[in-house]
Design a protein around this ligand. Structure first.
Ligand SMILES: [Zn+2]
Length: 202
């Protein structure tokens, strides 16, 4: 039984529920002056079934059936332990499961929020990696270009950028916002050379 159900069990056990009342509701029977009743769980002529109201339990000295108030309902109605707790909760309006469901809703909302943050962080990491690979590619491209002052200027710039990128792997750093897009930067750097070529070619 998980924490959820064991908490409910404890609440039922410490509630105002009277096992005699519960017995009369679901089973019914006559108790003699010594507090014995004919056992509902086996055939007998002499009563050997007893309720212990102080600790909400029962025991049959004839067949050995026994347990707590929840076991009694479970056995009497032939339903599971949790079902028996739900039945008591409903029939006596204890409101235990209702509260539990609210708590669960809050917990799952928190879990969703945590998962959402993790996913966002993962997406950010992927974005940063993609940017990094694009910067590396362009760095290699620059290295293979015919070297001149403009190219070596950009190479030095890219080297510093990549160096910074590696030192701040998990967070944005000065001058590079979280929504940094390598494509835009590379486009801007490249356009200088492209325009140059166009001028040369034209
Ligand atoms: Zn019995």
């Amino acid at each position: 039984m998980n924490v959820y159900f064991s908490e409910i069990k404890e609440k039922i056990m410490s509630s105002e529920l009277d096992i005699l009342d519960v017995f009369n509701r679901y089973i019914g029977g006559t108790f003699d002056r010594k507090g014995f009743c004919r056992c509902p769980f086996h055939n007998e002529k002499t009563p050997s079934f007893k309720l212990f109201r102080n600790n909400k339990s029962f025991y049959c000295f004839g067949c050995g059936a026994g347990g707590n108030i929840i076991n009694l309902v479970s056995k009497a109605l032939n339903i599971g332990y949790v079902e028996a707790m739900k039945r008591l909760d409903e029939d006596y309006s204890l409101g235990l499961f209702e509260k539990q469901i609210k708590t669960d809703t809050r917990r799952s909302k928190e879990a969703i929020e945590t998962a959402r943050k993790q996913l966002k962080n993962q997406q950010l990491q992927i974005k940063r990696k993609n940017n990094y690979f694009k910067l590396i590619d362009y760095f290699k491209e620059l290295q293979e270009m015919p070297q001149n002052q403009a190219v070596s200027h950009d190479l030095a710039f890219m080297e510093r950028l990549l160096d910074k990128w590696l030192s701040y792997e998990n967070e944005p750093f000065d001058g590079v916002p979280a929504d940094f897009n390598a494509d835009v930067l590379i486009y801007a750097l490249k356009s200088k050379f492209t325009n140059g070529e166009e001028v040369e070619n034209g």
